[in-house]
Write a protein that binds this ligand. Structure first.
Ligand code: NAD
Ligand code: UDP
Ligand code: UDP
Length: 324
């Protein structure tokens, strides 16, 4: 018997990879997305599949459908997008969580929340373990996202304790790969697009802040194995790649791999930008037997190849300048 998965935010970067993966396993997928940051382009290769269904819907409103499991990914993820309409961002996290939890409660099905390393804020503990409560500004420009995701975690755990709901709370660390939106504003897509165009590479601040980057295929593997893990393993669990890099190192790696002549320039550091970020994945290793497989250089090469392809497709057929 095929089972039907609901993927909210399924037309986004991670959601489209997850939908593809679930379909490849023979599952039915209902993709619910309001296309705020996602795009039909991300799922156009799935639309012909009779087991895939797209529904345009905003998760801040109730949703009555019949499914066997729920992956709740709907939420803008890049600072540029989530700060554009902060009220909608926090509504999406909180009202979206209430609605998927209500749905999961009525259907008695498992529900996974795409939480984030942002719940740790600008951390004093390094690397971050799941028992760290975080250091988050409740009133800053990142708060609509950070506090929204923290409140969503609270809702998941309260529904679990109060209604015995089968929950899975996953804390995702910075993830990159093909199908990131070139205009998304996240650091990996920005640097690659800038390097391929020969534009200046924009480092915010002095570039000494760190992030740990996980390749999308590894992340999806972790997400699916978490959903299938024992019912009593509810998380929160960190899923990310512990390889930690400064933004200066990332810029140099992108320049090396693209063979670009771009120069690095420094722009002001955004408010509340976390200084460092590295997942402790001991729990994921122990409970899921999960471990990221893709080194940064290999993942960047695949992502660069994707962006090169986009560039070619975007060029007008009359463009004979020969610029690449
Ligand atoms: P994305 O912006 O590409 O995808 C988010 C999707 O959610 C988009 O398709 C968007 O249109 C949709 N969406 C937004 N608001 C909605 C609403 N109100 N109703 C219905 N759909 C809505 O981002 P992503 O990188 O694919 O992130 C997916 C999830 O993973 C998000 O919840 C994000 O917070 C989480 N996450 C991602 C990362 C990362 O590095 N990519 C890190 C931590 C957490
Ligand atoms: N909900 C939904 N789909 C469902 C069931 C519930 O969208 O199939 C929404 C509905 O808006 C509800 C919310 O989830 O308000 C929370 O549901 P719950 O049963 O926890 O609370 P109640 O219905 O008592 O408010
Ligand atoms: N960043 C940067 N240049 C850019 C975009 C981002 O130096 O063009 C920095 C940003 O200030 C942050 C890091 O890269 O320190 C990661 O930013 P991103 O928006 O990708 O993710 P997040 O801050 O949410 O982890």
């Amino acid at each position: 018997m095929t089972t039907r998965a609901l993927v909210t935010g399924g037309a986004g970067f991670l959601g489209s990879h997850l939908s593809e993966r679930l379909l490849a396993e023979g599952r039915d997928v209902l993709c619910v997305d309001n296309l705020y940051t996602g795009s039909k382009k991300n799922i156009e290769h799935l639309l012909a599949n009779p087991r895939f269904e797209f529904m345009r819907h905003d998760v801040t409103f109730p949703l009555y459908v019949e499914v066997d499991e729920i992956y709740n990914l709907a939420c803008p993820a890049s600072p540029v997008h989530y700060q554009r309409d902060p009220v909608q961002t926090i509504k999406t996290s909180i009202l979206g969580a209430v609605n998927v939890l209500g749905l999961a409660k009525r259907l008695k099905v498992p529900v996974l929340q795409a939480s984030t390393s942002e719940v740790y804020g600008d951390p004093e503990i390094h690397p971050q373990t799941e028992d760290y409560w975080g250091r988050v500004n409740p009133i800053g420009i990142r708060s609509c996202y950070d506090e929204g995701k923290r409140a969503a975690e609270t809702l998941f755990f309260d529904y679990h304790r109060q209604h015995d709901l089968d929950i899975k709370v996953m804390r995702i660390f910075n993830t990159y790969g093909p199908r990131m939106d070139p205009a998304d504003g996240r650091v990996v897509s920005n640097f690659i697009v800038q390097a391929l165009r020969g534009d200046d590479i924009t480092i915010y601040g002095d570039g000494s802040q760190t992030r740990s980057f996980c390749y999308v295929d590894d992340l999806i593997e972790g997400m699916v194995s978490f959903m299938r893990s024992d019912r009593d393993f509810v998380g929160p669990v960190n899923i990310g790649n512990p390889g930690e890099f400064t933004m200066l190192q990332l810029a140099q790696e992108v320049i090396r791999l693209t063979g670009s002549t771009s120069q690095v320039v420094h722009l002001p550091l955004p408010q509340d930008d976390p200084r460092q970020r590295q997942p402790d994945i001991t729990l994921a290793r122990a409970k899921l037997g999960w471990e990221p497989q893709t080194q940064l250089a290999a993942g960047l090469e695949r992502t660069i190849a994707y962006f090169r392809g986009l560039d070619r497709r975007a060029k007008s057929p009359t463009d004979v300048s020969g610029n690449s």
